[in-house]
Ligand binder design. Structure first.
Ligand code: SF4
Length: 84
C-alpha cells in the first residue's frame, strides 16, 4: 500500500501541460552507430564513442519535430522515442 505522504506528494507535483514533446532515448537499446545524428543534426550530436547526445529542449519548432520523427523512425534499435 502507498504511504499517504507519497500520495500527497504525487498529487501536489506540477503537471506538465506542454504539448511539445522531448526527444528521448533508452540507452540500454542504443548500439551507438549514430544514424540518428545524421537525420536530426540540429537535435543530436555524438560523443567520442559514437553514442548520441540529445538536446534537452522541447521540440517546439516544426522542423525539429520533423527531424526527431525521422530519427525515431530510422533508429534500427527502436531506442529513440518522443515523450514528455
Ligand atoms: S540510430 Fe538508434 S541505435 Fe543508432 S545511435 Fe541513434 S539511437 Fe542509437
Amino acid at each position: 500500500m502507498t504511504p499517504p505522504e507519497a500520495v500527497l506528494r504525487q498529487a501536489r507535483a506540477p503537471v506538465d501541460e506542454s504539448p511539445d514533446p522531448h526527444l528521448r532515448i533508452d540507452p540500454s537499446l542504443c548500439d551507438g552507430v549514430g544514424i540518428c545524428s545524421h537525420l536530426a543534426p540540429d537535435l543530436i550530436t555524438v560523443d567520442s564513442w559514437g553514442y548520441p547526445i540529445l538536446t534537452p529542449a522541447r521540440l517546439t519548432r516544426a522542423g525539429d519535430r520533423r527531424q526527431a520523427t525521422a530519427a525515431v523512425a530510422a533508429c534500427p534499435k527502436k531506442a529513440l522515442y518522443l515523450g514528455h
